[in-house]
Write a protein that binds this ligand. Structure first.
Ligand code: TMP
Ligand code: ASP
Length: 236
């Protein structure tokens, strides 16, 4: 497969067209951003770690019936994906209270959420990813009602699969963000699943093993991502 032109460059990944109009190659860069791109730093190995992490998780999700855009690893920092028409809505599931939920609703960090809750955010850095609801999605035509239903179904199916997967590695899946797109009329999981877009806590110590280490300047960011990967069997 041949890489052609740069199609799009986001905060952490660059997307390239290929000689197959239905496939893109995505390069996972070492750039690490937080607070809607206000804080950006290069962290050595991050691109490679997230590329391999994402490949592992997306393969597991696909095996369990969540269609994803992932096709195959191409190199340490690149993979081949289906080319999706992205829906600008971020689907966030929370199993334990953390982050913006605590700030918005005054809930103490660490409180278990039963049942798990789901929130939608508009993917728009300039507006700082505001929270939206299903009526906004309908009114502004970001996705059809049937697509929203499917995104919710797949987001919760992923929760079931991933909570179990991480728990086997003694890790709590606190929350995570998924993005979906359309591929020939089907709703497919896009973007990436990596410690950049979820919260992972050590089950015993509750130590943070995700991008909160970067947001909160806790240090050993990539070392923590690699430790998660080792426990899952992705890295040696
Ligand atoms: P939040 O607590 O900041 O709302 O984030 C909830 C989860 O979703 C957390 O794991 C981080 C992830 N997330 C992103 O990765 N990117 C985003 O733009 C947003 C809003 C959340
Ligand atoms: N919204 C994401 C975060 O805060 C990424 C970013 O803002 O750059 O982690």
């Amino acid at each position: 497969m041949q890489k052609l032109a740069e199609l799009y460059s986001g905060k952490a990944k660059t997307v390239y067209t290929t000689d197959d109009q239905d496939r893109v190659i995505i390069h996972f860069r070492d750039d690490t951003s937080a607070f809607d791109g206000q804080k950006i730093v290069q962290l050595p190995r991050k691109g490679m770690v997230n590329n391999k992490f994402n490949a592992f998780i997306m393969q597991r999700l696909a095996e369990e019936g969540v269609p994803t855009h992932f096709e195959r690893l191409l190199s340490d920092n690149e993979s081949v994906f289906k080319k999706l028409q992205m829906i600008p809505v971020e689907c966030v599931v929370r199993n334990i209270a953390a982050g913006s939920l605590c700030r918005r609703l005054g809930i103490e960090e660490g409180r278990p959420l039963n049942p798990a809750t789901l929130e939608f955010f508009l993917k728009n850095d300039a507006l700082r990813d505001p929270m939206i609801n299903e009526y906004h999605i309908r009114t502004f035509g970001w996705a059809s009602d049937a697509e929203v239903e499917r995104m919710k179904e797949l987001t919760f199916r992923a929760n079931h699969i991933l909570q179990a997967l991480f728990l086997e590695a003694d890790i709590l899946l606190v929350d995570y963000k998924l993005e979906f797109g359309r591929f020939h009329g089907e709703i497919v999981l896009g973007d990436e699943f990596s410690p950049d877009g979820c919260r992972l806590w050590d089950a015993a110590t509750r130590q943070k093993m995700d991008k909160d280490r970067f947001r909160q300047d806790l240090g050993n960011v990539i070392e923590a991502y690699e430790e998660v990967g080792r426990r899952l069997g992705i890295f040696l």
